[in-house]
Design a protein around this ligand. Structure first.
Ligand code: FAD
Ligand code: NAI
Length: 475
């Protein structure tokens, strides 16, 4: 007899494990299946985010930033730190420990919430009376049934045609997070989020880094003024970014890799490097799900087709996170997971796509919520803009990090905040205030009238809100 559950979640990334926890909180009998294995073959729940994404990349960004500070910024504080060395294997070991803490944390949460965890691959076999049968293929094979199924199978790195990932020389995000020694020369293809974050890590550690980007504009989805400011900072750091290139043949050999490309001027060039990281986006993952067994509809990109509320083409089957439309972000996956569990319980779960924040964890950090100036222009919306530079913020001066600005965009007639864009120190933390403000439909004047602690970086947010009405106090 197969074990029967109210809710079966396939995938324990941020979309899946959060959906499972919320469903358990709501009183359902829940199973969660995940196939990710750690180095010893044991379970490693947390998905891309925990194992080869958000968490390990931020661990390496932190370590490499400390190294960069010790080399380049301690002296300003009167600290002499000569012969600073980086032990790459220790840095990677620390990253692995952080990952394991997160894996273990999720296993603990499953126990705490009485969720049955199955380590293995979950595949649809057939529809059964009042639900679906799922086969779990792991150390042993089991059949379980669920009245409601939540698919949260995530995404995989997109490979460049003709240059498959070998994770030795041609690296996806997975290999990029476990390079055992600092490469002398590193090429990345794609100057999106991963390209900039991973490029920053290895540049800070001493690699000569070039990023080849196909589009002629840098960070096209980011507010132009903010992207320009960020680009200036990256240029100064020595992160080489070539825009408008067309990548040609990639050849690997004993000595590394050579990448042929045509630059924006039409010149044919070749770059030789020790390693190549390909970061040209991700593709939804339904490998092994056996979606066709039950007729689950996919779109031309391979994403599971869902409506605005994450309902798939099949009654009782839901899908969340990277495997469906929308931004591929962990917090978006989590919010969808919570909303789906609540909908299964007959509640009105809701995800506000207009207030999902984005963060790029480079130095300076880039963070935003809402629409950019170019989007507002394209939408024909009349707006007022206000900016405030960190150069005029006391806390930023004390930190020794005055790059960048906060930018507010508000409706010209109603003053409602339409977008907030930050490039600078701690942008990832600062953006939350603006997310809350937009969620509550606040005006720029509301933020301008709130008391912000002094000295704090958040005063730059208040000042940018004041700038919308041309009345900054410190600039
Ligand atoms: P995933 O996290 O991909 O999890 C899917 C899980 O399902 C995996 O564990 C997989 O093994 C399992 N699975 C798949 N198929 C099956 C099956 N048939 N049976 C059983 N198990 C299965 N986002 C942010 O918001 N902030 C960041 O800072 C950030 N940094 C990133 C850095 C990198 C390098 C990368 C690659 C991504 C980053 N992301 C970040 C994106 C983020 O990781 C994803 O948006 C997020 O992990 C998506 O969550 P998910 O639950 O949809 O899928
Ligand atoms: P991306 O979509 O952010 O960037 C891909 C870049 O590659 C784009 O600029 C694109 O124009 C370029 N590109 C595509 N094909 C190309 C080609 N053939 N030649 C040259 N350039 C090409 O994708 P990325 O960086 O791979 O990351 C995937 C996703 O993971 C992100 O979109 C994001 O959703 C998520 N992520 C989020 C992070 C965060 O929130 N801090 C960090 C890392 C990843």
């Amino acid at each position: 007899m197969s074990q029967a559950f109210d809710v079966v979640v396939i995938g324990a990334g941020p979309g899946g494990y959060i959906a499972a926890i919320r469903a358990a909180q709501l009183g359902f009998k829940v199973a969660c299946i995940d196939e990710w294995k750690n180095a010893t073959g044991g379970p490693a729940p947390g998905g891309t985010c925990t194992n080869v994404g958000c968490i390990p990349s931020k661990a390496l960004l932190q370590s490499s930033e400390h190294f960069d500070h010790a080399n380049h910024h301690f002296a300003e504080h009167g600290i002499s730190a000569s012969s600073v060395k980086m032990d790459v294997s220790k840095m990677l070991g620390r990253k692995d420990t952080v990952v394991k803490q997160n894996n273990d944390g999720i296993l603990y949460l499953f126990k705490k919430n009485k969720i049955s965890f199955f380590h293995g691959r979950g595949s649809f076999t057939k529809a059964v009376e009042g639900g679906y049968e799922i086969q779990v293929t792991g150390a042993k094979e089991e059949l379980i049934t669920g009245k409601q199924i939540v698919v949260a199978t995530g995404s995989n790195a997109r490979a460049l045609p003709g240059a498959p990932f070998d994770e030795e020389t041609v690296l996806s995000n997975d290999g990029a997070l476990r390079v055992g020694a600092v490469p002398k020369k590193l090429v990345l293809i794609g100057s999106g989020v991963i390209g900039l974050e991973m490029g920053s890590v290895w540049r800070r550690l001493g690699a000569d880094v070039t990023i080849l980007e196909g589009l002629p504009t840098f960070l096209g989805a980011v507010d132009e003024q903010i992207a320009k400011e960020a680009k200036k900072a990256f240029d100064k750091q020595g992160l080489k970014i070539e825009l408008g290139v067309k990548v040609g043949e990639v050849k690997t050999g004993k000595k590394g890799v050579s990448v042929a490309y045509t630059n924006a001027k039409g010149e044919a060039l070749t770059l030789d490097a020790d390693k190549l990281i390909v970061s040209i986006g991700r593709v939804p993952n339904t490998i092994g799900l056996n979606a066709e067994a039950v007729g689950l509809q996919l779109d031309e990109r391979g994403a599971i087709v869902v409506d605005a509320e994450c309902r798939t083409s099949l009654k009782g089957v839901w899908a969340v996170g990277d495997v469906v439309r929308g931004p591929m972000l962990a917090h978006k996956a989590e919010e969808e997971g919570v909303a789906v569990a609540e909908r299964i319980a007959g509640q009105h779960g809701h995800v506000n796509f207009n207030t999902i924040p984005w963060v790029i964890y480079t130095s300076p950090e880039i963070a935003w919520v809402g629409r950019t100036e170019q989007q507002l222009k394209a939408d024909g919306v009349k707006y007022k803009a206000g900016t405030f530079p960190f150069l005029a913020n006391g806390r930023a001066r004390a930190l020794g990090d005055t790059t960048g600005m906060v930018k507010f965009l508000a409706d010209a007639a109603t003053d409602e905040i339409l977008g907030v864009h930050i490039v600078g120190p701690q942008a990832s933390e600062l953006i939350s205030e603006s997310v809350v403000a937009m969620e509550f439909k606040a005006s720029a004047e509301d933020i301008a009238r709130i008391c912000h602690a002094h000295p704090s970086l958040s005063e730059a947010t208040k000042e940018a809100a004041l700038a919308v009405d041309k009345r900054t106090l410190n600039f």
